[in-house]
Ligand binder design. Sequence first.
Ligand code: SF4
Ligand code: SF4
Length: 354
Amino acid sequence: MTKVKTQSLHKRESALANSKRQLEILSNGIFKNGDLPTFASKIGETNQFPLKAKKLEILQINVGYMCNQVCEHCHVDAGPDRKEIMTKATMQQCLDVIKNTGAHTLDLTGGAPEMNPNFRWFVEEASKAGIKDFIVRSNLTIIKANKKYYDLPEFFKKHNVHVVSSMPHWTRGKTDKQRGDGVFDASIEALKMLNTIGYGMPESSLRLDLVYNPSGAFLPGDQMAMEKDFKKALLEDFGIQFHNLFAITNLPISRFLDYLIASENYEDYMYQLVEAYNPSAVKNVMCTNTLSVSWDGYLYDCDFNQMLELPVNSKVKHISDYNEDLLEGRTIVISQHCYGCTAGAGSSCQGSVA
Ligand code: SF4
Ligand code: SF4
């Protein structure tokens, strides 16, 4: 049983629960006084402003902000208190799009997407559309949270779902510090259940990838080197196998922004991001080939813009008006949080991009 360690910004009634307040912080101070260049001016140095969306490849759908965990750095500000859940009617609108999209990847996320009462129906219906790569972002502990979820590994297998799960470290201490007491042990149990039915095994087509994000105000190390370390440690200590590790940079929004400010690391972290800016990562940032759909059906350039309530710059605003041709070529909405996607080897929901 995992224990909830912290509370969502919403539950705490924090000023940062308001996305406008987050955007004010990101636009003022060191960026307003000229100590650091804005993201727009930085990408302008290499003639990459404005950023434009290319052909859609990944449709990411957030089916709700409810979660059984309250991780310290969650950019969704998810938790058990969040009640925003995608309705079956909005899911049906998404299905109409999924059946006709040119995207090769469907990516379901949350919160814990499995907590949406219509999650299984949605997966069953979406899997019939024949999308090449059907990802569910599962936090692992949900599988062990209640007996009604124990059969999730079999359910994922039945629908050939690609499971992508967060695992910030191969040690209990570092994992539980970021994600809550008991998360490590429950995650290990869930990974064993997934391995038992074939997920993550070397020759298996049942894909199991893990996501690493740093536990403090620093950038991730080299993705390939970390994958090697994770594989060695999880195999030696627990007999667990997985396919790839995605190293993701924490973006300075929501609970990570709250952490940065509370720990007096905000300015240092922004300096780190700007110093690590890699112009060659810009052309592959995920907003250029991804569209993010919120629980209430609105469209965003990425999951981060969704959380900052920065909608797409297009006549098409909602999944019910979806038009892939009109959305292609739109100007991406950016702010200083975007530096998180272009630091070092770059960062996306699929890990490094450069
Ligand atoms: S990071 Fe994932 S598992 Fe943790 S609270 Fe956020 S949505 Fe839930
Ligand atoms: S935060 Fe979103 S909009 Fe900004 S660069 Fe990253 S993916 Fe693109």
